[in-house]
Ligand binder design. Structure first.
Ligand SMILES: Cc1cc2nc3c(=O)[nH]c(=O)nc-3n(C[C@H](O)[C@H](O)[C@H](O)COP(=O)(O)OP(=O)(O)OC[C@H]3O[C@@H](n4cnc5c(N)ncnc54)[C@H](O)[C@@H]3O)c2cc1C
Ligand code: FES
Ligand code: FES
Length: 1333
């Protein structure tokens, strides 16, 4: 065997030479573990989120220049970087040297909340500027489409980056009437501001600051080595030939070795499915594979060319070529534009896409329709084959012999008389695999426009590319017209048989899409024929809407807030939009999250071993095979827990490790400890658990209802006399609404490092928890030591959203047990798939209701039963159900109201807290009641809402809590006014009457949301403030920083009280050693509790300092502090806040459940594509009452981010469980959170002016949770758009629609001839692919 070659590349201008590079090592782990550069983050590990984005530069032989492009470091094997230069976020600027303007602007524009996505965003933007110093908004949109953010709602990121655009393109939303004018129009208040940050002092873009491409690499690239490089790792070797003969020779010697190009298919397969091959052949150095040639016949592009290269070539060609000849290129471009994100298109190759033979991939259907051919070669020679259905043998299989290589693809010019189109529909418009894709081409001949040839190809309707050949044959010679359409549809209905077992399920929807796409194609050809002057036939005007694609736009909008009073000191930061205090560190990659901490000497890794059965007795756990694997140190399970193996919380018990019986797939049965995380992961897969299945096995709410399987307590709240009042109502309606669950998808997965201190049982935990005290408590129970020996440190979280309160405590206990047993530091960092499997999410809810109402829309009585799917243990489900019930009245005074709450016990992973904590579900069911009543009364829903709304100065909720609804009503009125609701409603009605296949809808909802914990004792806060002799101040408090800005607000409070600038005050971390027994940072209450406690501590200090200050008022702060020190005055104080008693007497159904209410109103407009189910969020206006905002920039950030998270909840985020209870959606490629394309094109947020809240710190209000519910405005807007579509076919506006309103649900609710054809011809699956839980 040849020795390993030397791998040479650069990172941030520094030469890296690796003598034993492992082909399995990807750049991300290399940067983070070996180089110590932790700026690039790992959030999905599969190319689907952009958190690990870095820039790669290399000399491109085919283009003879250095090219710069983004890649996702998690998929980039280091051995493929030979000769490349990598730039990471640390390489472009830092707070210690000089910031890069991109870093500065994202931070100052408030585009970084938790900061976990920020380095990736920065690198996408930085790379764009390296290639396009004056980008357009479209360039920015494209550059960021592959980067996900779970916190901000994207708008502030765009606001920061658009300052790099040239003046013309940065200004406006392009919606006709300017969004800024819209906002300002309604405001007479001179003290309103729309300026959240100042651009005046922004650093200019200075290209001389950029690292140059290393001259050594340039010289080496031009010299070109002719050797085969060889890299050998422990499991995998890789050979990298430099030319085609070498490649073919290697392929003939090792036909079984896969070719590696971009690694965007192989990489995820390796990481997610654990597949690996002992030998890989890397073909990225073979220049023959990246040749691009244009000839009179069209484009020949090497199979090794990236999709970005293909896109660039086509874009140029389309501009230079006659329209008719470039028709096929345009269709292909349309597909490429929405295929993955920019990073993936930069890495993924044309050949890889085709050869992956995956029907979800988009290229094959359109390339096949275009009559493309492939050149395939081996040592025996070259052959040319057509790219069509015969090319594929099945999923992942092609006709290529193992020794053959795909050399190039030929894409011909279109010819006169040819019409081409490509279609795709995905869960999300960008960065999502298609559900169905299609390519279609027809050649028409003569005056009669008869079909000379017709090519139709579908992906996503079977295991491989599908061509309805009989249909195409049957239509030959027919004229393109209406008769053809019906014949084609019935032939397609007959021929395209989507098997019920199709991967991904939804056979009927897929079939409908196949037909709808053809219909779109039919219309497109009709229109094109008219445009080309070959036919006079016109498509009816109202049908043309089928052809206008949704344009992805960069969100624009206005944000307004009230300025502080002029009398406020200019040094006092309270009430001003102040940047997140770690914004700059987050933007430079300096901010540290738990997994960024450097390895502790001898550190080990732990990987969880989880149950594969939903309900079974554990007969035996056999770790023997795993223990023999290299690097494995130990296997731990329940017997290793020295203390208690139980998590006790409010008298509910949950096992840390399963002892005898598993109750869900994903339950932790043990944990594997090894020297590296890969070793731990691989060995964990070898643990053999023997089960004996048990009955019953319940997954869905319906299963639980049938088996009467509920947790205690069962709750009931009632006001008035519901049954009697129901009798008096003019009408009674019974219906239900199902709302699916939601995955937190915080960008940073759960984990920690447990470090035993080696004496007195002490252990430190560096942990991503929202509830450090609970984690400390559970770890001490598990280890059997006192809490004073366990210290939890929380620097910051990469997002929490409620998901890091409970489960992280059990993970911490397991990791601590591993650390105790091995005596070494142990690191736990869940993979995204495991995080999604193990940690649970938002509860699915079913609301069944009976409502009595009068014809004017007045609700007389309502009786709602809420069922939540609690999963296998109670966790926080009971409190979440309480919150749903306590919010069921929302903004409405319903005189007779009854709510019952039942938490279903099922065999799914336990559901847990999630931003809103049951509030959104409770509110949504009530809003559904009002919507359905409005539909039945034939009244606009907002009128029915108004009729039922709380009015006056003093009202009582259904649980008899007094409140004043005036500010809620102000929000409602201002929202209607600012949104221009009335006139837009008329416009929408007009639009809908003119368009058959696109419909618009609008919805406006009010909100009353309770702040604080209904468990009253949690409403407390504590802080410790130390002043040092140099005058600097260290604040500690019990809250955790997870992006919401709690530290920034605490600094603002301290700065006001101490009268020192924020820059002199520091918050290091949250630490159980400094502030004990703190409540979780949750319930929108963090700032209220912490702010008051910090204020209290600072006031104590100021009282102590006052005599010193009075004595020498001319002195400086530092002098006073020094003087106090010499006078032996304590410069350290604790602060405490005892919130008011909140509690509900559930027997009586009464009580002050909340501290106060946050109010708001939101209006959203959407447009749906009735043929595909796609939708576009056109505009959203929110007016929010946050009292006197402590920091308008942070509060607006919470509103926007919460809304966008809600938008995901109600439209695109869908979890799938298999019929045996296994979570199928386990990663960024299966589960779609909102991306940039989902944010409303116009997004306006206004903080209600002149609002005050006497109950909380400086008159502010908690805001973390409420905005999530506003995503429901999009749901109801979609529902009314669907109703408009249904009315065109004479269908009732009464129809069921579950949340989320996914593309499939929207499409199938817009019933028409295509859905009927699909329904009649799709066989029903004997067992569904997935179940609604
Ligand atoms: C996050 C993400 C999102 C994506 N979204 C989309 C999407 O929306 N639409 C879509 O169509 N695709 C999508 N993809 C898939 C992507 O386009 C393909 O993974 C990519 O094109 C494969 O190219 P590659 O160079 O990375 O192949 P690799 O992963 O390197 O190889 C893939 C397979 O092809 C074989 N192969 C590669 N080149 C050749 C050759 N020249 N001759 C013979 N065999 C060869 C390899 O042996 C291997 O089996 C996405 C991928 C990711 C990671
Ligand atoms: S971690 Fe690499 S793209 Fe998500
Ligand atoms: S700031 Fe983007 S994920 Fe948190």
């Amino acid at each position: 065997m040849v020795d390993s070659s030397e791998l040479l590349f650069y990172i941030n201008g520094k030469k890296i030479v690796e003598r034993n590079a492992d082909p399995e090592e990807v750049l991300l782990s290399f940067l983070r573990r070996k180089v110590g550069l932790t700026g690039a983050k790992s959030a999905c590990g599969g190319g689907g989120c952009g958190a690990c984005t870095v820039m790669v530069s290399r000399y491109d032989h085919s283009q003879e220049r250095v090219i710069h492009y983004t890649v996702t470091a998690c998929l980039q094997p280091i051995v493929t970087l030979h000769g490349a230069a990598v730039v990471t976020v640390e390489g472009i600027g830092s707070t210690k040297t000089k910031l890069h303007p991109v870093q500065e602007r994202i931070a100052k524009a408030h585009g970084s909340q938790c900061g976990f996505c920020t380095p990736g965003m920065v690198m996408s933007m930085y790379t764009l500027l390296r290639t396009t110093p004056q980008p357009s908004m479209e360039d920015i949109r494209e550059a960021l489409a592959g980067n996900l953010c779970r916190c901000t709602g994207y708008r502030p990121i765009i606001d920061g980056f658009k300052t790099f655009c040239d003046a013309q393109s940065s200004g406006c939303c392009g919606s006709g009437k300017c969004c800024r004018e819209n906002g300002a129009e309604d405001s007479n208040d001179s003290d309103l501001s729309e300026q959240l940050f100042l651009q005046d002092h922004f650093l200019p873009l200075d290209p001389t600051q950029d690292l140059i491409f290393p001259p050594e690499l340039m010289i080496k690239a031009q010299q070109r080595s002719g050797h085969v490089l060889c890299f050998r790792g422990a499991r995998v070797s890789l050979k990298a030939p430099s030319d085609l003969p070498q490649l073919l020779e290697l392929k003939s010697r090792h036909p079984e070795a896969p070719l590696l190009l971009g690694n965007t298919t192989l990489g995820p397969n390796l990481q997610v499915k654990g597949q690996h091959s002992p030998l890989l052949i890397y073909a990225g150095r073979v220049t023959e594979l990246s040749r691009v040639e244009w000839s009179k016949n069209g484009l020949s592009i090497g199979a090794g060319s990236s999709l970005s290269r293909l896109k660039g070539e086509l874009e140029r060609a389309v501009q230079q070529t006659e329209e008719e000849l470039s028709a096929g290129f345009r269709a292909l471009l349309l597909t490429l534009q929405s295929l993955a994100g920019k990073q993936i298109r930069n890495m993924a190759t044309v050949g890889g896409n085709i050869m992956s033979a995956n029907p979800k991939y988009d290229l094959c259907s359109v390339l096949a329709a275009l009559d493309c051919t492939l050149d395939i070669c081996s040592e025996d020679g070259t052959r040319t084959v057509a790219l069509d259905e015969d090319m594929f043998r099945g999923f992942g299989q092609t006709i290529l012999r193992p020794e053959e290589v795909l050399l190039s693809l030929h894409v011909p010019y279109s010819r006169a008389g040819e019409y081409v189109a490509a279609f795709r529909q995905a869960q999300r418009r960008e960065l999502a695999f298609s559900i169905v894709n299609a390519g279609m081409k027809v050649s028409l001949h003569g005056d009669a426009n008869t079909i000379e040839s017709l090519r139709i190809f579908y992906g996503g309707v079977g295991p491989t590319l599908v061509r309805p050949a009989l249909t195409c044959q049957r239509l030959m010679g027919r004229s393109w017209g209406e008769e053809l359409l019906s014949e084609a549809c019935s032939a397609l209905t007959e021929e395209v048989r989507v098997p019920a077992s199709v991967p991904g399920g939804q056979a009927e929807y897929r079939k409908t899409l196949a037909l709808s796409f053809f219909y779109k194609f039919y219309l497109y050809v009709m229109e094109e024929m008219r445009a080309r002057g070959v036919s006079g036939a016109r498509v009816p005007e109202e049908h043309l809407s089928a052809l206008t694609p949704f344009r992805n736009q960069v969100p624009q909008g206005a944000q307004s807030f009230q300025l502080v009073s002029q009398s406020q000191s200019s040094f006092d930061p309270v009430g001003r939009p102040s940047m997140h205090c770690s914004g700059l560190e987050q933007a430079t990659g300096e901010a540290k999250y738990y997994d960024d901490l450097p390895p502790v000497h001898g550190e080990l890794f732990v990987h969880m071993v989880t149950s594969t059965r939903a309900h079974a007795k554990v007969i035996n756990i056999d770790p023997s095979r795993a223990l023999q694997m290299p690097g494995v140190v130990s296997f731990i399970s329940a017997t290793d827990v020295p203390g208690s193996n139980q998590r006790l919380w409010f008298n509910t018990v949950e096992e840390i490790f399963t002892e005898r019986e598993v109750v869900c797939v994903g339950q932790i049965v043990g944990a594997l400890v090894a020297e590296s995380r890969d070793q731990a992961r691989r060995a964990a897969a070898r643990i053999h658990v023997t089960y004996e299945d048990l009955q019953p096995v319940l997954f869905t709410i319906q299963d639980a209802i049938k088996h009467n399987s509920y947790f205690e307590p069962k709750r009931k709240l009632e006001r008035g006399h519901v049954d009697a009042a129901m009798e008096t109502a003019e009408h009674v309606l019974e219906d239900e609404l199902y709302m699916g669950g939601q995955e937190h998808f915080y960008m940073e997965t759960q984990g920690l490092i447990a470090v035993p201190r080696g004496e007195s049982d002490e252990m430190d935990l560096y942990v991503g928890t929202q509830h450090a005290a609970f984690t400390q408590e559970l770890v001490s129970h598990a280890l059997g030591v006192c809490s004073n020996k366990i210290t939890c440190h929380v620097k910051r979280l990469g997002g929490g959203f409620g998901g890091k309160v409970m489960k992280i405590a059990a993970l911490s206990a397991i990791t601590a047990v591993a650390a105790l047993k091995t005596g070494k530091a142990v690191r736990c960092c869940l993979d995204r798939g495991d995080d999604m499997l193990i940690t649970g999410g938002r509860h699915p809810f079913l609301g069944k209701y009976k409502v009595g109402y009068n014809s004017d829309g007045t609700i007389v009585a309502a009786d709602i039963t809420y069922y939540s799917n609690g999963g296998c243990t109670l966790d926080e489900s009971a409190f979440i159900m309480d919150k749903a019930l306590l919010h069921m009245d929302n903004a409405y005074r319903i005189p007779h109201l009854r709510g019952r709450g039942l938490v279903c016990r099922t065999h799914l992973p336990s559901y847990t807290a999630f931003r809103g904590f049951g509030g959104p579900q409770g509110l949504t069911v009530m809003e559904s009641v009002l919507y359905e009543v409005a539909v039945r009364c034939g009244l606009p829903p907002e009128k029915v809402r108004q009729v039922n709304m709380y009015q006056g100065d003093l009202c009582y909720t259904h649980h008899m809590q007094a409140f004043c609804p005036v500010d809620m009503l102000r929000c409602w009125d201002q929202c209607l006014q600012r949104a221009g609701y009335e006139s837009r409603l008329r416009d929408i009605q007009h639009f809908n009457s003119q368009n058959r296949w696109k419909k618009r809808g609008i919805a406006v909802l009010p909100q009353k949301f309770g702040v604080g914990f209904s468990k009253g004792f949690y409403n407390q806060g504590a802080a410790l403030v130390n002043i040092y002799k140099d005058g600097s101040v260290l604040v500690s408090h019990g809250g955790t920083e997870m992006g919401q800005g709690i530290h920034t607000k605490a600094l603002q409070v301290a700065s006001r009280v101490l009268r020192v600038p924020m820059s002199s005050i520091f918050i290091k971390e949250t630490c159980t050693g400094n502030v004990p027994n703190a409540a979780p940072s949750a319930a929108s209450f963090g700032t209220d509790a912490v702010g008051m406690a910090v204020k209290d501590a600072c006031e104590t200090l100021m009282r102590r300092l006052q005599p010193v200050m009075d004595k020498s008022p001319e002195n400086s702060w530092k002098q006073w502090v020094n003087e106090a020190y010499f006078q032996k005055i304590s410069l350290s104080a604790t602060g405490f806040f005892m919130g008011p008693p909140t509690d509900v007497d559930w027997e009586k159904g009464e009580g002050d459940a909340y501290y106060y209410f946050t109010f708001g109103a939101c209006c959203s407009e959407v447009e749906i594509d009735c043929l595909t189910g796609d939708h576009k969020n056109i505009r959203t206006d929110i007016v929010m009452d946050v009292g006197r905002s402590l920091n308008p920039a942070l509060d607006i950030g919470q509103v926007e981010g919460g809304f966008v998270q809600g938008l995901g909840l109600y439209t695109i985020e869908e979890l799938h469980f298999s019929p045996d209870g296994t979570l199928l959606t386990r990663g960024a490629s299966q589960y779609k959170i909102p991306a940039l394309c989902d944010v409303p094109a116009e997004f306006n947020v206004h903080l209600l002016a002149n609002a005050e809240n006497p109950h909380a710190i400086y008159m502010s209000k908690g805001i973390g949770e409420p905005p999530v519910f506003f995503g429901a405005t999009v749901f109801f807007a979609i529902k009314s758009a669907i109703a408009a579509a249904r009315s065109d076919t004479g269908l009732s506006a009464v129809f069921p629609l579950s949340s989320p309103a996914t593309a499939a649900r929207i499409r199938m609710s817009c019933e028409d001839q295509f859905t009927h054809m699909a329904a009649s011809s799709t066989e029903k699956a004997s067992s569904p692919w997935c179940i609604d839980v």
